[in-house]
Design a protein around this ligand. Structure first.
Ligand SMILES: [Zn+2]
Ligand SMILES: [Zn+2]
Length: 422
């Protein structure tokens, strides 16, 4: 047990972690271009926030949360998703008092008790954003475009946007009544989950993976939510579509794409890759801020899994930036070289050059081997001779060329060779 990490967790080791850093940098730079600010919320929140903000009836809340009592007997939960915490912070810090839109993004660890499998961990990571304060369809079109832009900049290919509108508090109750009327005579033909959905939230029957339920939906004449939109929702949806077209963001309408909870309104989308599945998804949630106790505020956002995106990138043969090796490996030929070697190492690092050395007192040959293993670009050799002559021998490991330089020139020479701006 002591040497085994908990199920569903990962150690990110040097080598792999560079891929994550590159992905995170890309994600941050794209969000910055759209004028988003980063937010970091607590890893745990009051359980009630997720019960309300994610929804009691969801799998996340009913089956997958890491919930515990702290020493003061408060029920706390490790965050299973990003939106609830961000919206809570928006309300608590009164960000709605700021003029204009609030545009926030995050890249954070999330926790869900799920059966671990490839690409699905119990501690996993999501990037995502929330835009609060406007219902304008231009926001929807821009956020969807940003979602695609971000994945494309990471290097993902073959991305498809599936788009739908899930209506609002005006059109959804009428749609619900029509679904119940159409499906109740076929109740016994639905799967057990869908029989429950029929009572609580019939819209989510569109979500069922069961072929038979989908067939019942088709033959019963139950309308899709898209067919039942009120005039305002219909106008909003067609504006979103027009704006996506003027930006040049391709999409397909998928009228079976639903988000079942009451506070989800209007635009919903998923970004999918054929033969792989969904890589990110988002939607509008005009009811959420008020539901957790803030002022009526429209909102929209998306989220995607880091592990999933990185796995797909590798599958598509698109590796992120290769890990950078050492610029310089300083070999110490003998004890007399120690002071000069230590000084040189620090001067190199201060100048922005990546440098390391051998600390095990190994032979020069073994040190050269270590330099090779670390993929160092240069090897500096320092020993008694170098100290006496005030010069350092430098070997370029790619060309094999060797030069001796005055010790005072070595830092600026290497800084220029490895392209460091001082
Ligand atoms: Zn509506
Ligand atoms: Zn079903």
């Amino acid at each position: 047990m002591l040497t085994q990490r908990p199920r569903g967790t990962t150690d990110l080791l040097p080598g792999e972690v560079e891929r994550w850093q590159a992905a995170e940098e890309t994600i941050r730079s794209v969000f910055r271009r759209y004028h988003y600010g980063e937010i970091r919320t607590p890893v745990f929140e009051h359980t009630e926030l997720f019960a309300r903000g994610v929804g009691e009836s969801t799998d996340i809340v009913s089956k997958e949360m890491y919930t515990f009592l702290d020493r003061g007997e408060r029920s706390l939960t490790l965050r299973p998703e990003g939106t609830a915490g961000v919206v809570r912070a928006y309300v608590e810090n009164k960000l709605y008092g700021n003029p204009g839109l609030t545009k926030l993004y995050y890249i954070e660890a999330m926790f869900r008790y799920e059966k671990p499998q490839k690409g699905r961990e119990r501690q996993f990571h999501q990037y995502g954003c929330e835009v609060l304060g406007a219902d304008h369809p231009a926001v929807d079109a821009e956020v969807i475009t940003l979602n695609v832009h971000l994945l494309r900049t990471l290097g993902l290919q073959d991305l498809h946007v599936e788009l739908n509108s899930v209506g609002c508090g005006v059109c959804r109750p009428a749609h619900k009544a029509r679904m119940i009327a159409a499906l109740t005579p076929h109740r016994h033909e639905l799967c057990r989950d869908c029989q429950q959905r029929l009572d609580r939230n019939p819209l989510r029957i569109f979500d069922c993976k069961n072929e038979h339920c989908q067939a019942v939906l088709r033959t019963s004449g139950a309308p899709t939510i898209l067919e039942a939109l009120c005039d305002d929702c219909r106008a909003h949806f067609s504006s979103v579509r027009e704006m996506l077209e003027s930006i040049g963001t391709a999409y397909e309408v998928n009228d079976r794409l639903v988000r079942g909870l009451d506070y989800y309104t209007r635009t919903a989308w998923e970004i999918t890759v054929p033969s792989y599945g969904t890589v990110a998804g988002g939607g509008r949630y005009n009811g959420l801020v008020a539901m957790i106790g803030g002022p009526e505020t429209p909102g929209i956002g998306f989220a995607g899994g880091m592990e999933r995106a990185l796995m797909l990138l590798a599958e598509q043969g698109r590796d992120l930036r290769a890990p950078t090796g050492l610029d310089v490996f300083v070999t110490v030929a003998d004890e007399a070289g120690e002071p000069m070697a230590m000084r040189l190492l620090q001067d190199l690092r201060a100048a922005g050059v990546t440098a390391d050395r051998d600390y095990l007192g190994r032979s020069l040959k073994a040190q050269f081997k270590a330099a090779d293993r670390e993929a160092a670009k240069f090897v500096a050799i320092i020993g008694e001779t170098e100290v006496q002559q005030g010069s350092v021998s430098l070997k370029d490991l790619q060309s094999g060329e060797q030069v001796a330089l005055p010790v005072s020139d070595i830092v600026s020479y290497l800084a220029e060779k490895v392209g460091v701006q001082s």
